[in-house]
Design a protein around this ligand. Structure first.
Ligand SMILES: [Zn+2]
Length: 56
């Protein structure tokens, strides 16, 4: 089934890309001087998009 193996290769490629993008985002978030925008439930950094729940 040629289409199946083509799709599987695509998934593997996209998963690798996803991991790489997550890693890059983590590095950006580690180095960021966060500027948080708060909502009642969460706060999100406007620069790196890291978000935290405000529930305790
Ligand atoms: Zn930030």
């Amino acid at each position: 089934m040629e289409e199946a193996s083509r799709l599987r290769e695509k998934i593997i490629r996209l998963e690798a890309e996803l991991e790489q993008s997550k890693q890059q985002l983590r590095l950006i978030q580690q180095d960021c001087n966060h500027v948080y925008i708060e909502t009642p439930l969460t706060r999100t950094c406007s620069k790196c998009l890291q978000s935290e729940s405000l529930y305790y």
